[in-house]
Ligand binder design. Structure first.
Ligand code: ATP
Length: 346
């Protein structure tokens, strides 16, 4: 069987620590891939004056998958987000983020949702201008094409995962035109799944409230770019900590896998970041590659890795500081790998 070709971008802040630890775990489990390493991000920009290596987008277009750490985008300056560029260039239109409550750290034990976030438009087109006199405006793009395909992706995913309901989150009571498009396309797609998957919609502020107070109200959430970005962090905070959740940026053919969290500059370089989010992203990548003909063994690897992580956290003997322990990134990763290897043998 041919090996998958995977582009790795370790990123900024804790990126190299968590991606490095995760790659070590994958190697110990015997995952065989052709890894291609490239640099991108703010640290690379400071060193070279460029946001990413010249051939990055060409390599990204040619590999089977991309595995990347968080990349810092400074709040000021003419520097465009590398992550947003990759999502747009490769048309990775769906950002799929599963959140399931973890033992010990979840504020609510009942979170079991997938957030499907539109990834290519909305306010993330970065079209902002100063109008002068202390006024600025940001343009938000909403297209029927993007609204339709993200809704379709959410329903397909619901079927695949055995979920019974898809909820559109929006603010169409205020943004009647842009969110109006999302609402209309959502219910058109929902018609095709009538009788199989329930469809409803919730205003974004209420969705934030339900996520905290009554998360089992949701199974699959589909939403526009900014709402999805914000609600993901809320979901992470309710289901566990920022260090725990991975995501997949998926197009029709290509996919990029990354932790949900950012660069965590407050703990970068200390060797204490939790590698679980990076590992969770790797688990999603293994399943995605397996479904694309790279072997059932990869799906099995994903399953044992997922079980090993849950069990290590439940047992609570080796935990990183964000989970209340004092283990280093590498100690935690090694413990997970050891357990996963035991399960592989079973
Ligand atoms: P960015 O600007 O890159 O989004 P940020 O610091 O605003 O970065 P995060 O990086 O997501 O946002 O961090 C939010 C909080 O969660 C920080 O206190 C950070 O230390 C913590 N955190 C994030 N990821 C991890 C991780 N993998 N392990 C432990 N703590 C983490």
């Amino acid at each position: 069987m041919t090996r998958p070709k995977i582009l790795v971008i370790k990123g900024d802040g804790i990126g190299p620590e968590v991606i490095g630890a995760s790659l070590q775990v994958l190697e110990e489990l015997g995952f065989d891939a052709e890894w291609i390493f490239r640099e991108a991000g703010y640290e690379y920009y400071v060193r070279t004056g460029k946001p990413y290596q010249d051939d990055l987008l060409d390599v990204a277009a040619e590999v089977d998958a991309i595995y990347k750490g968080p990349i810092e985008t400074p709040k000021a300056g003419g520097y465009k987000s590398v992550t947003v560029t990759l999502r747009r260039e490769l048309d990775l239109y769906a950002n799929i983020r599963p959140f399931k409550s973890y033992p010990r750290v979840a504020l609510n034990p009942n979170v079991d949702i997938v957030i499907v976030r539109e990834n290519t438009e909305g306010l993330y087109i970065q079209a902002e201008v100063m109008l002068g006199k202390g006024q600025a405006v940001a343009l938000r793009l909403a297209t029927r094409k993007a609204a339709e395909r993200i809704a379709r992706k959410a329903f397909e995913l619901a079927l695949e995962l055995g979920k019974k309901k898809v909820t559109l989150v929006h603010k169409a009571n205020i943004l009647k035109v842009t969110d109006g498009i999302y609402l209309e396309e959502f219910y058109k797609v929902a018609q095709m799944y009538k009788g199989v998957i329930e469809a409803d919609d919730v205003i974004v502020d209420a969705a934030g409230y339900y996520l905290v107070r009554n998360p089992s109200r949701f199974q699959v959430i589909v939403t526009a770019n900014l709402y999805g970005d914000i609600l993901s962090d809320v979901a992470a905070g309710v289901a566990g900590t920022m260090g725990l959740f991975g995501s997949a940026n998926v197009g029709d053919e290509k996919a990029m896998f990354e932790p949900v969290h950012g660069t965590a500059q407050d703990i970068a370089g200390k060797g204490i970041a939790n590698p679980t989010a990076a590992l969770s992203a790797a688990i999603m990548m293994l399943r995605w590659l397996s479904a694309r003909g790279y072997g059932r063994k990869l799906a099995r690897m994903a399953d044992v890795l997922e079980k090993a992580i849950y069990d290590v956290i439940r047992e609570g003997k080796v935990l990183t500081p964000d989970l209340g322990g004092n283990a280093k990134t590498i100690e935690f990763a090694e413990h997970v790998a050891k357990k996963a290897l035991e399960y592989m043998g079973d």
